[in-house]
Design a protein around this ligand. Sequence first.
Ligand SMILES: CC(C)(COP(=O)(O)OP(=O)(O)OC[C@H]1O[C@@H](n2cnc3c(N)ncnc32)[C@H](O)[C@@H]1OP(=O)(O)O)[C@@H](O)C(=O)NCCC(=O)NCCS
Length: 227
Amino acid sequence: MVVVAQLVEHSPVERAVVGSNPTDHPIYPLPQSSLQSICIKKQCIITPIMDNIMFRKLKKADLPQIWTDIDRSESVDSVYVNIDEGIKLKKVNFEAKGWPPGEVEKYQPILTNCFDRGGYFLGGFVGQKMIAVVILDQKFIGKNEDTLQLKFLHIGRTYRKKGLGGKLFRIAAKEARRLGAKKLYVSATENMNTVDFYKHMGCTLAKDINKELYKLEPNDIHLEYKL
Ligand SMILES: CC(C)(COP(=O)(O)OP(=O)(O)OC[C@H]1O[C@@H](n2cnc3c(N)ncnc32)[C@H](O)[C@@H]1OP(=O)(O)O)[C@@H](O)C(=O)NCCC(=O)NCCS
């Protein structure tokens, strides 16, 4: 089954998530009828898998599901490494079977602190299972204190390459803009797929490397995105 749908700019996902008054509607399904009514004119294709995803702001009690539900596995054949002149590609060959060892212990308190200071946490769910998450920190950073960190963006393995990461990135960017930020800061996993995704979205190498975030993830590729 194929639904004719609009997938650019304010796509059904973005409309459903950011809506007119998100706090009044904590759950944002993508009803078939709204997809059809929005999309008839624009003539794009949306895959049925996207129809089942519900989006909502996360509660603190949802945070452990990030680690238990989202399939973080990935086949990695190239990574970027930081060099003086920028970054360069390096061939590798490994299967990341899930969250890297120590990642949960390291990031659970970081995410909890981010939540406690009012971070923006949006999850995508299929039934009760969390399949995607995007997190935007609310703490301004950078020498001009005009930058917000895109703290986390993960799409479960079987849901990648279907437009979801791009949409959640754009939603976080829109939220950051709403909060008055001029830039997003991304400390990106060095895997080629991740960095190329961010480059495709318009990110460039960060000019103002955040020392604290660099110390936390020295192998990451530190990027920025002008809002
Ligand atoms: C990186 C990740 C978030 C991307 O999400 P995704 O749902 O696979 O990406 P999308 O399908 O939404 O792609 C959005 C756009 O980026 C492009 N894109 C995606 N991956 C790309 C790649 N490797 N190279 C170039 N472009 C890419 C898509 O073609 C699409 O372009 P379009 O909007 O012009 O059509 C996802 O693959 C993921 O969660 N990976 C594992 C976890 C991870 O690395 N998270 C980031 C940690 S910092």
